[in-house]
Design a binder for this molecule. Structure first.
Ligand code: SF4
Length: 231
């Protein structure tokens, strides 16, 4: 399944329109770097059980100049595996959209990716957690994505993302630190719970909305002092 942008290859008309809109004004050099990364990911075959899965990384993930970069766990079978758009098309995606709406940001203003870029499935075809080897193999893509976007804040959604980020840049953040913004890897790190149904058991929606309000506060402070780059 091809999901790279018209800037970089073929994809559906809907994704192409979305991608062009969010990459307007992006320097050509940055677009070229992004194109190389997306092409590398499209051809990636590091994880044997991911053969034939959608590689969910491309312009449809958001703005190349985003100030905020979200990292979730993995594309979902009923969501990004079908849509090619991270955190979109399934219940987890709808939960995330409720949380994102609270910040006043749109998908076109942020960048969303995952610790692994392909949908892990068990032998019955259901969503499965990514294996340690798979998150390790996909680290190279996650690091390159962070370096490419160069966001001010990286927001981890859940434990798996937090652990992958720890291997890119050391930190001592756990899910006990949810809602606390800390310096990390030359930028800021905010740990939040995953928006999926399982995490809601431990962190119900009202608490997750309060957690996300920390990000809203950060964004608004940036807007007030004129430091906002993208928003
Ligand atoms: S999960 Fe990442 S490392 Fe594994 S095949 Fe997909 S893109 Fe490659």
């Amino acid at each position: 399944m091809q999901h790279q942008a018209s800037l970089f290859g073929s994809m559906s008309d809907a994704l192409s329109v979305c991608s062009k809109a969010v990459q307007e004004g992006v320097p050509a050099e940055l677009q070229q770097r992004a194109g190389r990364l997306f092409a590398d990911v499209e051809q990636c075959a590091r994880c044997p059980r991911m053969c034939g899965r959608t590689r969910v990384l491309g312009p449809q993930n958001g703005s190349l100049r985003a100030r905020i970069l979200f990292v979730a766990e993995a594309p979902g079978r009923l969501g990004a595996e079908r849509s090619g758009i991270p955190l979109q098309g399934d219940q987890t995606g709808r939960n995330f959209e409720v949380l994102l709406a609270q910040t006043g940001l749109t998908r076109a203003e942020v960048f969303i990716t995952n610790a692994v870029l392909c949908n892990p499935q068990d032998t019955s075809g259901n969503n499965a957690p990514p294996r340690q080897a798979e998150t390790d193999q996909c680290l190279v893509h996650l690091k390159e994505t962070i370096d490419l976007i160069a966001p001010e804040v990286v927001v981890s959604l859940g434990r798996v993302a937090l652990e992958s980020l720890r291997k890119i840049g050391p930190h001592d953040v756990t899910l006990q630190d949810v809602g606390r913004i800390v310096p990390w890897y030359g930028r800021a790190l905010l740990a939040l719970y995953h928006p999926g149904a399982r995490a809601r058991i431990h962190r119900p929606l009202p608490q997750q909305l309060l957690d996300m309000a920390v990000l809203s506060g950060y964004i608004n402070r940036g807007a007030a002092d004129g430091s906002a780059r993208q928003i």
